[in-house]
Design a protein around this ligand. Structure first.
Ligand code: NDP
Ligand code: HSE
Length: 436
């Protein structure tokens, strides 16, 4: 059978990795696919780099539009990233009847609806395994492996850069800025690393998984985002003393009230597997009605793990090119006509338990006042400890609450902050037991 022709856009971290995987494992890939994968064309600003990397005969161009319009390209592999020129290129490729393989979670989370509709119209596939959790085949699992289930919730460590930073800070006491630089050097971070540390990248990924899990349109604007940049090392330490680790989690959960979709630092009991996922590793926990709890673990970023997912999509797409479109797995896992918007819960309505840190004057009655204000909002306390006196007059009080609706905790915090004895804004970090 004639090899499938691919056109690669960009030879950055993932683009280079993709060429390396395709070349390094060419024989094994052909054994699986029954045909070869031909790197027909590559778009790059650095011709010498492409000449050194790509097989002889690869066409090299500085004009990416040449790739997406070339009649002999079957699959366009978009590895530019972002929603600028990458969006134009992907849409143009689809209009030219090209199948798409992309690692671009921002594009999918922000414009997925439009893109999938266009792809359906032009009868082409859009594959995006590499967009979520690097080398972990979680998209395949959600779309196919778990298809018998009604999924209840997903919680995952899905930003390698943030997890790397938190792990290095915890294990080696390294400074935030130094570890971020190292993550950039290792090719983990996004072109703009604020996407990593402010939760946007994890938000893109959990938004995509939420749509696949619940059969809803991709709706990034409904995702609550809170990153790790404002985390205080004191809270990491106190959490640890209490038997918890802090991780940046993406969470989506379906309840009778609606769908929760959120990213934020989260205290996890140290006994949970997710709490022990360190460095650039990612892990995604899926809870579904028939299978129960499943956990997917692997490298969440980096050239070769991500390229592993890109190449798996190239293989999958090559197999399905000749198939009738009705035989293909729908992009969003559910038949397009069955993708239905559902109520997205505002943060005030989510249910969680909470870690609170209050700095207050160290004098009799203060603890009682704080406990009283929590009780007035029906927030029940699981544990309350005084962490010591800071300057002879100020005490640090750490409180763990039982599960409650977020608006009640926020109302209690607002009341606590009005107390004359309270020195600073109350620190609030959500906690998850991961039992549902
Ligand atoms: P890089 O910045 O390393 O590479 C992107 C490449 O795209 C550039 O090197 C360049 O190729 C090309 N490019 C980008 N913008 C332009 C432009 N305006 N004009 C011309 N060429 C352009 O990014 P990554 O490889 O890290 O990421 C690529 C995609 O993969 C992104 O969507 C990212 O989110 C995603 N991703 C990345 C992971 C990682 O671990 N790095 C993991 C999972 C997903 P050239 O240098 O050849 O000209
Ligand atoms: N910047 C991303 C991360 C790359 O750190 O997880 C993988 O999507």
């Amino acid at each position: 059978m004639k090899p499938v022709n691919i056109g690669i856009l960009g030879l950055g971290t993932v683009g280079r990795g993709t060429v390396e995987v395709l070349r390094g494992n060419a024989a094994e890939i052909a054994r699986r696919l029954g045909r070869g994968v031909n790197i027909f064309m590559v778009s790059t600003r650095d011709e010498a780099k492409a000449r050194a990397l790509c097989p002889d005969g690869t066409r090299i161009t500085a004009d990416p539009f040449e790739v997406v319009r070339h009649p002999e390209v079957d699959i366009v592999v978009e590895l530019f990233g972002g929603t600028g020129i990458a969006k134009e290129l992907v849409f143009e490729a689809v209009r030219h009847g090209k199948h798409i393989v992309t690692a671009n979670k921002k594009l999918l989370a922000e414009h997925g609806g439009e893109l999938f509709a266009l792809a359906e119209k032009h009868n082409v596939m859009v594959q995006f395994e590499a967009a979520v959790a690097g080398g972990i085949p979680i998209i395949k699992a959600l779309r196919e492996g778990l298809a018998a289930n009604r999924i209840r919730s997903i919680a995952g460590i899905i930003n390698g850069t943030s997890n790397f930073i938190l792990s290095e800070m915890r294990e080696k006491g390294s400074a935030f800025a130094d570890v971020l630089k190292e993550a950039q050097r290792l090719g983990y971070a996004e072109a703009d690393p604020t996407f990593d540390i402010e939760g946007h990248d994890a938000g893109h990924k959990i938004t995509i998984m939420s749509a696949l899990a619940f059969g809803t349109p991709v709706n990034f604007s409904a995702c609550y985002l809170e990153g790790i940049s404002k985390l205080d090392s004191r809270d990491i330490k106190y959490a640890e003393e209490l038997g918890y680790r802090i991780k940046l989690l993406g969470i989506t959960r379906r309840s009778e009230k609606g769908i929760e979709l959120r990213v934020h630092p989260t205290l996890l009991p140290e006994s949970r597997l997710l709490a022990n996922v360190n460095g650039v590793m990612n892990a995604v926990r899926v809870n579904a009605d028939m299978v129960g709890e499943t956990l997917f673990y692997g490298a969440g970023a980096g050239a070769l793990p991500t390229a592993s997912a890109v190449v798996a999509d190239i293989i999958d797409t090559s197999r399905l090119i000749a198939a009738d479109s009705g035989q293909r797995v729908p992009s969003l896992a559910f038949q397009p006509a069955q993708v239905q918007a559902q109520t997205m819960l505002p943060m005030d309505e989510i249910t969680s338990s909470y870690y609170l840190r209050v700095q207050a004057e160290d004098k009799p009655g203060v603890l009682g006042q704080i406990a009283g204000l929590l009780a007035a909002q029906n927030v029940s306390i699981e544990a309350l400890i005084q962490k010591g006196v800071l300057d002879g007059r100020t005490a640090e009080i750490v409180i763990l609450t039982h599960s409650t609706v977020e608006k009640h905790v926020k109302a209690a915090i607002a009341a606590i902050e009005t107390l004359g004895t309270v020195r600073e804004k109350v620190v609030m970090i959500r906690m998850e037991s991961l039992h549902d």
